[in-house]
Design a protein around this ligand. Structure first.
Ligand code: BG6
Length: 255
């Protein structure tokens, strides 16, 4: 911790705590926009924070994204994970396989030597098929497990970057732009005041549920995500932020 004080990371954490309503914040050195390995450093910090919060038979819900993929890579086995169940937070957000919550959930559980359950609900379904799928006992069971998560770990994205990456249909794209979305998290898009301006309709954890989860950890870094992090945190409730120096410096500078 002495080293982190000398590097000015502790000072950045104090400034962020003053500026944003976060429960706690950890800033790692570097800027993940510039250096990809910084995501792994955030991953390492996240893994130790998760271990610290484990009670025993937790249900850990994870989102997709490249940052969460780095968290999964840094996961290490521990007896503490023996009775822990990993689940994807939400299904079908239009991401490529490598960025999907299911993929990351399975990887993280394997590395932790814990257990996992996946959610197999396709993206493009008619309302009718969708209804009958979520009534399937096996799917219903996983959805109930997801709703009783005790820890949620999610990424935060820049709204435009995420909408483009997900190949959002043109009408939705217009809505996201016209409503000035700046942040995205688990399929919800937020404006700079932290208000939801659009959401991707899918099963799993909804924003209202997240507010009742005892431990929520957001992992997001890079100067380009500063605005998104700030906007998202305006509506978040007792969220632990794991970020990097690049985002942190921009955050304390921004207004
Ligand atoms: C998505 C998550 O998969 O990844 C979002 O559902 C998050 O919560 C996004 O905003 C971030 O992606 P990345 O690649 O910037 O970590």
């Amino acid at each position: 911790d002495m080293m982190r004080e000398v590097l000015g990371l502790k000072e950045l954490e104090r400034k962020i705590k003053k500026k944003l309503p976060v429960e706690d914040v950890i800033v790692v050195a570097g800027d993940s926009d510039q250096s990809p390995w910084v995501k792994r450093e955030m991953g390492r910090a996240c893994v130790s924070r998760i271990k610290h919060s484990l009670k025993g038979n937790d249900i850990v819900a994870v989102t997709g994204g490249t940052t969460l993929a780095a968290v999964a890579e840094m996961m290490t086995p521990d007896v503490k994970y023996r009775d822990v169940l990993f689940v994807p937070a939400r299904g079908g957000l239009g991401e490529d396989v490598t960025n999907q919550a299911n993929t990351i959930c399975a990887r993280m559980a394997e590395k932790a030597m814990g257990h996992y359950r996946l959610l197999h609900v396709p993206d493009q379904l008619s309302a009718e098929t969708y209804q009958s799928i979520i009534e399937e006992p096996a799917i219903k069971e996983v959805l109930e497990l997801i709703k009783s998560s005790t820890i949620v770990i999610h990424g935060i994205g820049d709204a435009k970057t995420m909408a483009e990456r997900r190949k959002t249909p043109p009408e939705e794209m217009t809505k996201i732009e016209q409503n000035k979305a700046v942040a995205e998290a688990f399929g919800y898009y937020f404006n700079q005041d932290g208000e939801v301006v659009h959401k991707v309709n899918t099963v799993g954890i909804q924003l209202e549920d997240v507010r009742h989860v005892p431990c929520v950890i957001a992992v997001a870094g890079g100067a380009s995500k500063a605005k998104a992090i700030q906007a998202y945190m305006k509506q978040a409730n007792r969220c632990i932020l794991i970020t990097d120096e690049g985002a942190a410096k921009q955050l304390v500078r921004d207004d």
